[in-house]
Design a protein. Sequence first.
Lengths: 335, 418
Amino acid sequence: METIWYALLGLFFASYLVLGGYDYGVGLMLAHRWSPVDRRAALTAIGPFFLGNEVWLVAAVGILFGAFPMLEGELLASLYPAVALALAGVVVVTAAVQLRSRPATAAARTRWDRVIVAGSSLAALGWGAVLGGLLQGVPLRADGHVADVGHLFTPFAAACALSLVALVAVHGAAFLAMRLPEGASGQIARLGRRLVPIALAAVGAATIMGLLSNRVRQAMQQPTVAVLMPVFLVTALLVAGGALTRRRPGIAFTATTLAMAAPVPLVAAITWPYALVSTVDPAVGLTVADAAASQPTLRLLSWLVMPLLPALLGFQLMSWWVFRGRIDGRTPVYW
Amino acid sequence: MDPLLLARLQFATTTSIHFLFVLVTLGLVTLLVYLQTAWAVTNKPVYERLTRFWGTLYLINYTLGIATGIVMEFQFGLNWSGLSRYVGNVFGAPLAIETLVAFFLESTFLGMWIFGWHRLPRGVHLALLYGVAVTAYASAFWVLVANSWLQNPVGYETRDGVAHLTDFSALLTNPTFGMALGHVVSAALLTGGMVMAAVGSWHLIRRTRDYDLHRKSLRIGLVTAALAVSVVQGFGFAQFGAVAPVQPTKYGDDAARTAAIADWTARFGPGDYTPPALANVGLGFMILIGFALGCVWLLFPLLFRDWIIRLRFPLYLMLLALPLPFVASILGWLAREVGRQPWAAYGLLKVDDAVTPMSGGVMLTSFIGFSLLLGTLAVTNWIMIARRAARGAEDLTLGRPLPDPDDTPDARPEPVLA
């Protein structure tokens, strides 16, 4: 039962990285020198999906709290600065995107766009640092608490943070290449293609930092799986870059989707059977079984939530289906 | 600085800001359901414009509801890891259900409602709004189940110092839950009605051309506020009888209070088990405001022949009374939450044991950072709502008719008075 809920937790968080990821990617794209019309078109492209994308994060943390209460407290508290950074970014983006077009003046809207860029960067940096923090382990003591938060600030965590920003940018560009009208789509595809080498460099740097770091090497429980991470990301980025060159944005978006989703199951597999690895005393790490809620809680959640999962997914699919295709002059505009 | 005090201050600040937006969300969504249904049934253009106008204000407000709500959710793990560890098996379940079932669907539906205007069939579009409303109430339901469990832990057993769930139905029949839910929901309806009446009043004072629309706002808002205030008062007083037996240090008599404190001293050691006086001060002023708002019934007869508009002064009254339900709600929550100190889970887990053992520096940075962030966003949001409300219903983006495919790129402006 714990394994099923752990898989669900991973599924929801991975979905958030994919869906929220392209929201932040489009947000980063607003930093490009664009006219107000083009910027509004980019926000219209994410329009109907924006609210429905961030719910995956809220639901993932809900599953974390309900099904893995021990993990929730220790994970969030031990990675406090990274989580707080990501949280600030998420809050800023959600407010800025929704409020951006409410003022009537172009100057105010441009100021809000800068806020969107800042928030998107913070969110991507924060979640990248969280993933890096999971891979490098935390100083978990025998009493289950973490002494301080300074352990988080390592070159490896910073490299992971920057990698996620780069990945998110390519992902957002691929999404816009799919959704913007044919004319504008070519320009954004070229921008996305130019970002791919940067993302490759970032992923490479993170891999090298990880190999050089004693702490990361010791925290790995399944080193063979760890090899898959950079291999998968590099392959996906190369496929995306090639597809963007060949004007196949659908394939590019599929590749970047897999690149955004893959880190979650891979991190979970690398640290398995631990959910949170301890750098102080390996035996004291928090295993998935220990972190899970007790059986009555898991049974209750299973009975109440599992039957509704098809409905949750169904309504999300409905929104993707109804608003499919490229935006045009008849697309409702609100953000 | 003391990390516990900082964690408590942060929770109080962020929850209060969050709730100010939740009130309007719950209240306005109900009124929006009424407006869009009225439009669907009567097909009168004024109801469509009312839906678009109030929908716009609702959406601006909803933004901060989400933003503050996400901070709330993370705050449990960040600042209160002891809560997760010792009572998470029970407390976490209703919160998980809320995020997965209620909020997940609410935002999904809302996104489709905003962008599906004129693209989806009218029945589907209306059904989406109903979905938003139902899931919003479901959110309130499950969050209150969780909070009520902290007020009065039931349906659990303790093994090795950790609480485990034994009977979920006990959480739903918790005496601190039922009346509180009625109280919170009617408070939200009261607030929504007051907001609607205040905005309508403002435009009627300014003699905006859009007379019919703002007159309807005033009337719908006033009637809602009047009905809701009586329900709020009813559920409010009903809570004393339900809560006093299970929270003796909050509303119990001296004998029950002394007995409870003696019992806790024996089990948990000596300490201060009496809540601060702030809780009762909050309660007193909240009740005073409740009675003041009850006077909205006196304006009821003035609805006849629009005397409420012709006399002018009732419009100013409705406008000036707008902050009152907000102030009362915060005072009410202070009474409920401060009244259960020093317990995080009443009689089970003290706040000292619930807080994350983190340095004061980290807590202070977090407190200042999130308070500034949410406070700034909140003030910006209120200014935005005020400005948008003041601009009136003339040029709305929400639900703007889609341009004809044959039209030139510059679409015709839509008529103001429909």
